[in-house]
Design a protein around this ligand. Structure first.
Ligand SMILES: [Zn+2]
Ligand SMILES: [Zn+2]
Length: 296
């Protein structure tokens, strides 16, 4: 039986955050500082296709918690996660919660993704060169082992003054069908869900409203993912329109899916804010507890 709301511990969670280990702008330490400013008690690091931020993030969280232990306040709990890009265009994203380093099969798959991302990054630079945009080598990140995405290229184009924003870089050059878009083969969504289940993590469909499906089509798709092992739905995401949130929330609960929420913080846009979730997530403490119980 769950505790009455008044007796539940104070929980303020952001279950979807990116760091410099994928396409976020902030280091683990900076994220911890921002989490403290935002008063977060729980934060999930869900970098794209990599677990490499987990150890530095845990170290940063430990340091913050030592400080908190001395000065008082709520400790910060880190949920280790990952965000896998899936489907034909890679725009269906599956979050895996509770994923720890040391899962050999998962790390093998992620290493393969990383290799292909690097190949795509270089091919994208070649395409841009053909279009007359020569990227100076000093603007190319030194650490080419990270999971590079199109967002990295977009930021370089902004820095060069070729475009004014990351959005414009995608719209003109990098989005599907644009001249510098290099195709990339992603896992299918069901393969990703199956992989995450097999390594003992909790798969959750990220930002369902970004899929631009009609409601019946989205619900049917979620049901098919659930048959494949999906355990939750990221209802509270900045992309979800306010009027759709209660419908998604009720749908997820009716289906016995976990309800989660996250800001998808990258630190890129002025509107990005760690801990800022849409809607009124009144059931946050119970939902976060249900997720952490599933993980442990
Ligand atoms: Zn995503
Ligand atoms: Zn994300």
């Amino acid at each position: 039986m769950s505790l009455p709301v008044s007796l539940q511990p104070m929980i303020r969670a952001d279950l979807h955050v990116h760091s410099i280990f994928s396409d976020g702008r902030h280091t683990p330490r900076e994220l911890c500082d921002l989490a403290q400013e935002a008063g977060l008690t729980h934060m999930a690091l869900c970098d794209h296709d990599t677990l490499s931020g987990h150890a530095p993030m845990q170290e940063a969280v430990n340091a913050v918690n030592e400080r908190i232990a001395r000065s008082g306040g709520h400790p910060l709990t880190l949920l280790p996660g990952v965000e896998l890009s899936t489907g034909d265009t890679g725009t269906t994203h599956i979050l895996g919660y509770g994923v720890e380093a040391g899962h050999t099969r998962l790390e093998e798959v992620l290493a393969e993704c990383e290799k292909r991302r690097l190949e795509r990054f270089q091919a994208t630079l070649d395409r841009l060169k053909e279009l007359g945009i020569q990227i100076p080598s000093q603007l190319i990140p030194e650490n080419l082992e990270g999971p590079l995405g199109r967002a990295h290229v977009a930021r370089i184009l902004v820095k060069m003054g070729v475009v004014r924003s990351v959005g414009e870089a995608f719209g003109r050059y990098l989005a599907e069908g644009r001249p510098a878009c290099v195709p990339y083969r992603h896992m299918t969504t069901l393969e990703a869900i199956d992989l995450l289940c097999r390594v003992g993590t909790v798969p959750v469909l990220a930002h369902p409203c970004r899929m631009n499906l009609s409601q019946p089509a989205l619900f049917a798709l979620v049901e098919s993912f659930q048959e494949g092992g999906l355990q939750g739905l990221e209802v509270y995401h900045p992309s979800a329109p306010g009027d759709l949130i209660p419908i998604l929330d009720a749908f997820a609960r009716r289906r016995g899916l976990l309800v989660t929420g996250g800001s998808d913080f990258h630190g890129d846009r002025k509107t990005d804010e760690l801990g800022r979730l849409p809607g009124d997530w009144q059931t946050q403490p119970q939902d976060v507890s249900a997720l952490t119980a599933r993980i442990t």
